[in-house]
Ligand binder design. Sequence first.
Ligand code: ADP
Length: 612
Amino acid sequence: MTLSIRWKVTIGTLLVLACGLLIARTLAIRSLEQEEIVRSEQMLEARASLVAYGLQPFLVLPRPLASMAPLQAAIRDLSSRALARVTVIAPDGQVLADSAVPDGSLATVENHLGRTEIQQAMSTGRGTALRKSSTTGERTLFLAIRLPIQNQSTASVFLRLGLPMASFDREVDKLHKNLALAFGVAFLIAIALSVGLARSITKPLSDITIAARQLAGGDHDVRLRTDSRDEVGLLADTLNQMTDQLKTKIHELSEDRGQLLTMLTSMVEGVMVLDNRGRILQVNPALEGMFALTQSETRGRPSSDVFRHPELNTLVATVLATRTAQQDEIVLMPGGQCLHIEAAIAGGAGKNDACAVLVFHDITERCRLETIRKDFVANVSHELRTPLTSIKGYVEALLDGGKDDPATSAKFLDIILKQSDRLNFILEDLLQLSRIESGQIQFKRDPLPIQRIIERTLAMIKPAADKKGHKLLALVADNLPPVLGDEDRLMQVLSNLLDNAVKYTLENGTVTVEARFVSDKAERPTLTTAVELSVTDTGIGIPERDRPRIFERFYRVDKARSRELGGTGLGLAIVKHIVEGLGGEVRVEASMPTGSRFVVRLPAQPINPPVS
Ligand code: ADP
């Protein structure tokens, strides 16, 4: 069992006090007794001299032994005068007379030779002893002296005076009682005082303990109030200061942590922190999103278990082993995400304190654009080289003699003209695209009736459609609001789409142009009022895997067929750029049972403009 400080102080104080009182009582009584004994011995000595004087007549040989009765009487008399028990003992220890023994019983009194005081008197002439008398049964102080027998230098008797200590003992008893009473009262006062003292020491301490518990429980507003200016008061002040500092520190830390968390949470880049053994300490929401993970799946687990990606695991192993910054670019399958990862060592200097921080940049878009750029450069070179090679070949053939034959030269020159036209188309389309991209072409936002644009474009495309026996249909909804755009550009969009529809549909197909009103806030809140223009054909269609890339420059499903049909591979790229420049959208979908459907959504003038 553990005692509280209060009890320790109380019990300790009381034990010390009890010991002190006991020692004081013992010492007081002992010194009193010693003083009493010395005083009584002196008194007995004086009385013994007087009694010895009174016994002179009996100390003559052979009388003492012969006349016991007178001696006994004299002894009684002297005893009452000396106020002490008087005993006369023969040298052999026989009691000759004793004031405390009835006359007739003297013979039965025990031999006194063995008594301490007689033994001392025998050797030194005087002896004292304080003991219980076997004759009277009382505690008695004895003084024995040797008395010489007159005219007999060798013979002597012992005179012994006994002073009963009963009254002294009673006094001592009374003193005991008084002292016990006084000590009892003193003890009670001491209990009260020590309890009070202990309380005054422990109360602030228990207050401090309670405050410390509250502090540990997270209550940082706790204050210790103490009026005392002693060590406990000092401790309370120090604790208050410590609490203030702790509060400030915790506040600073939680602010820092909050900022860090906000930073980590709002970062577009994925962040992962690993300990020195490669176990995950922290991942941010961006990283969770990239790898479709949750905190609970990752925390505390080795990164190699969570990310089963060899390149990433090698990067982590290298940075932890070499303790130098590393970076790598990896492509995640099956999503095809492209990530740039930077790994660095952070934290303490000790090998075990350091941790690795990995930052994941999602560069999928950059990778995609890079691929497009590379493809574009390759495609441009290729597209330009093909007609140029052809032109060069025919010019050489002409120079090699072809020019001498009018028919051949006319044929060759015609081909050269067509290839030059093709080169021209490509360059024009490229120039137009680059002008749109660089913002050189400003799109007008005129309210235009879509019906008119459709009619005029269909009229332009009709000869080509007729040539292939296609049926051209126009389904335009009534009361369409005017679209906001640039007439020439819109006609170019529609003619490119119709041109493709005619081109990529086998003979006797159907090409349908539709226009309808859409007002779909939920689908596209920024484009609240729009007109959807679609071109549907019954042609060869576009495989699903090619659809996402169909609007890229020079992307063609079937290059040979496109070229054969006179396509530059830039038509849809121009469509997309113009539509987006006008604030609209374009998409492609399959048309059932065969064919493709291109849908262009264009902003239109609101029918009922909102009242502002
Ligand atoms: P091109 O000049 O080759 O037609 P475009 O940019 O206009 O270039 O079209 C890109 C490719 O998209 C075409 O080569 C063709 O493969 C495909 N395409 C476009 N429109 C259609 C369509 N209506 N039906 C089938 N394929 C089409």
